[in-house]
Design a protein around this ligand. Structure first.
Ligand code: K7E
Ligand code: CUA
Ligand code: CA
Length: 645
């Protein structure tokens, strides 16, 4: 081991006592745990700095995340909520949570899962109840144009039930959810950034989805003990219609997904090329893979009718298995080998590389996309010749972000660090220049980081200002609140040579991935258009009760501080539909509508219409009231539902 105390950063002063201690600690840890990290390199040369150290090293001239009262953030962040099943909007760099967008699971604040409009998006059973009430969101990405976000949509996955949700970024609402056929453990997701064939389509029209768990195809209870029947599918969803366009059956599994800026390639990392059912089997191979999809060829194969379907699904499934794709000139897929159980795959903002993190291998693998296209053209003998670097960076590498200045930042789960490394230097080192120092800096984070992302990192416009990291364990960072800990989202200034830890933010469990982009890329609307809702009560004079047998419709409008009906009467046993339109046009003037003892509550934003349907199964007087503070007379904003026996 050649860990040196030389920080080697320009302007770094003589090591402080604290730095010396850190170095010693890192060196002894290395002696025990870093057996695989046989340091031949620039890799070991930069021991982790404490935040205070790094701050001192940059002369304390860090970007500030603290905003004065009334100041606005300069970036939006879209954060997955994990198994809360939601998507969150954060202001960055302050880390302030601004909104939770419900999609897969019911939400009590807005009445998601309760209104007819939201139930239609979420999906119901024959009896009208929700098909699913749980979700697990991991990865969120937004639509592109010209290599940058265009502010149309974001998408997020539900790993539990294999659903993809689309978020409209004008109103920050979920407008469509699609369930993927023949898929379990839908994990990675990434929109394309251009069409592979038509250069005029320089924006997102497809979203790719990776299935992590292989299942018997078809999954009908017959082949549970036949490993060869287990398959996982890579799925393409149409960005506009949200219909599933096609799927690819592959060898091994899918995990995270990346797409190229020219639209020609998508890829997913594979940690289970062994097709193991139990984890020791999944760790038996020394190398797994990153499988590339040739999008244009796959769509041609679908057009040519070269596909199968499985079970009830009509979606065309093309054959992407290794055996059927050995000839590069006709191959739909290319399996590039990557060390042991890789995790994230991330596209560099210069559009040249995909980087796979090793997870169980202390390495990052850099794959050059031009070479992958060469292989598909028959110009490259071995598919693994597309690997231009495979370098040791530390223990448990998971995900990589970029600063637009040629540096990559990778989370090291086991080391509880972020490592900053230079991609060109890593390529030189891999090519034989052992003097190339590719590790630029290391920073301890608290603790066990999973995803990280930098401002604009997943666009051509990576700006290298901020890095956020989602730490899976917060341990001692916040006041104890019993056994369940908040997660720790940390903000790091990456504008200088050294990373500087700026702030900790507790977050409700359990975000995974996120994207951070400039606020001017979005133009949110704060008032709905009434025509958006087909059932809107456009004229307050429409307010009233209409009956069709046992089905009763109650139309009403809200205008602070009153509903247009001070009371309405139905009969016990009626199926009641309440349609409420908010006629207030003032920004921020939201009303609620709750019915006592009926378990009903939802809100209507300015000019929004929402409806609920329920059976009036109890006779009596039931107060309806506004739950959302709207006016000095908010408490007086009431109506009565009279249910006649
Ligand atoms: Cu994106 Cu958390 Cu689903 Cu990595 S996964 S850590
Ligand atoms: Cu209307 Cu409160
Ligand atoms: Ca494996």
């Amino acid at each position: 081991m050649s860990h040196s105390t030389d920080r080697s950063a320009p302007g770094a002063e003589a090591p402080s006592r604290r730095r010396f201690l850190n170095t010693a600690a890192a060196a002894s840890l290395a002696g025990v745990g870093l057996a695989a990290c046989t340091d031949k390199s620039g890799a070991g040369s930069a021991p982790a700095a404490s935040a205070a150290d790094a701050h001192a090293a940059t002369g304390g001239a860090a970007n500030a995340t603290h905003l004065k009262p009334g100041e606005l953030d300069t970036y939006y962040g879209l954060w997955s909520g994990g198994h809360t099943g939601d998507l969150r909007v954060l202001g960055m760099p302050s880390g302030r949570e601004l909104l939770r967008i419900p999609c897969f699971v019911p939400d009590a604040l807005v009445g998601w899962g309760q209104t007819n409009e939201s139930k239609k998006v979420m999906g119901t059973r024959a009896d009208g109840s929700l098909k699913y009430t749980v979700g697990d969101t991991h990865h969120t990405h937004a639509s592109y144009k010209d290599g940058n976000y265009d502010g149309r949509y974001a998408w997020v996955n539900d790993k539990i039930n294999a659903r993809i949700a689309r978020i409209r970024l004008d109103y920050f609402i979920c407008d469509k959810i699609t369930e993927l056929p023949n898929v379990q453990g839908f994990h990675g997701i990434f929109p394309d950034k251009a069409d592979p064939v038509d250069p005029k389509i320089n924006y997102t029209t497809r979203v790719f989805c990776g299935a992590e768990f292989a299942i018997p195809l078809p999954n009908n209870g017959k082949d549970a003990d036949k490993p060869e029947a287990y398959r996982s599918l890579f799925t393409c969803v149409d960005a506009e219609s949200m219909e599933v366009r096609w799927q690819v059956v592959i060898d091994g599994n899918c995990d995270l997904v990346a797409t190229s800026y020219d639209g020609k390639l998508a890829a997913t990392n594979q940690y289970n090329t062994e097709k193991g059912v139990h984890y020791p089997d999944m760790m038996s191979a020394e190398r797994d893979a990153c499988v590339f999809f040739n999008v244009a060829r796959i769509e041609q194969a679908v057009k040519d009718g070269k596909f199968k379907t499985y079970g009830d699904s009509k979606v065309p499934v093309v054959d992407g298995t290794r055996k059927s794709n050995e000839d590069p000139k006709t191959a739909l897929t290319a399996y590039v080998s990557v060390p042991k159980n890789p995790h994230g795959v991330n596209a560099s903002p210069d559009a040249k590389y995909f980087i796979c993190a090793g997870k169980l291998s202390p390495t990052a693998t850099v794959i050059e996309l031009a070479k992958v296209l060469d292989w598909f053209d028959g110009k490259l003998d071995k598919v693994d010749s597309t690997i231009v670097a495979e370098v040791e960076i530390g223990l448990g590498p998971l995900h990589t972000a970029f600063d637009g200045r040629g540096n990559a930042y990778t989370t090291l789960f086991l080391d509880s660090q972020i490592v900053k490394w230079n991609v060109d230097a890593a390529i030189k080192f891999h090519a034989g220049d052992k003097s190339a120092k590719y590790v630029v800096d290391r920073l301890d984070v608290q603790y066990q980081p999973g995803h990280l992302n930098a401002s604009q990192s997943e666009t051509r416009m990576a700006d290298g200002k901020w890095l956020a990291v989602g730490c899976k364990f917060s341990k001692d960072r916040f006041l104890p609140v019993g056994p369940l800990h908040a997660e720790n989202e940390q903000i790091i200034d990456i504008s200088g040579e050294k990373m500087v830890l700026i702030a900790d933010h507790p977050v409700r469990g359990e975000p995974h991935d996120f994207v951070i982009f400039k606020r001017e890329l979005l133009r949110p609307k704060q008032i709905y258009e009434m025509d958006f809702f087909p059932h809107a009560v456009k004229d307050v004079k429409e307010s009233g009760v209409t009956r069709n047998g046992k089905k009763v419709t109650v139309k009403l409008a809200s205008q602070a501080p009153a509903y247009t009906l001070p009371e309405f009467t139905v009969k016990k046993g009626d199926e009641v539909t309440i349609i409420l339109t908010n006629h207030d046009k003032v920004e921020d003037l939201t009303h609620g509508f709750a019915i006592a003892k009926y378990g009903i509550n939802f809100i209507v934003n300015p000019q929004e219409t929402a409806s609920v349907t329920f059976t009036a199964d109890k006779a009596g007087v039931f107060w309806c009231y506004c739950t959302h503070f709207c006016h000095a007379l908010h408490l007086e904003m009431r109506s009565r539902m009279i249910v006649e026996a």
